[in-house]
Design a protein around this ligand. Sequence first.
Ligand SMILES: [Zn+2]
Length: 128
Amino acid sequence: MSMLVNPGDLNPEDLREAIRRLQQELPDLLGSSYSSFIAELNTLLPQGSNDELLTLFFLYPAAYNRLQHFLGFFSAGHGLYGDSISKPAVLYICPVGEHYVDEMDVQQKDVFGRPICPKHGKLLRLAP
Ligand SMILES: [Zn+2]
């Protein structure tokens, strides 16, 4: 796996926002590694550099892949890196555990065309 994110290009606030969005998924993603990961993350979050944070994530591929996903959401959807013309990515919230689901990850819709969580089978609502 290669380092897809260039730490130098990344706004530290964007990285922290992506981590914040990811955090609720971490217990599922990391399983038994969760507690040691979180301990390291909490040490780094207050003043760690992008590089240090990404290096930690890099050691945990499941978390790293999801982080890439959220960072891609920022760059593709919010125009923070220059492209404000592209269509914003749509992000939903699942009522189970309040985790986020990207429009791209929705595989099923109900009869009214409303998106359903691929993991929990519950109706999603639009993220604020
Ligand atoms: Zn869900």
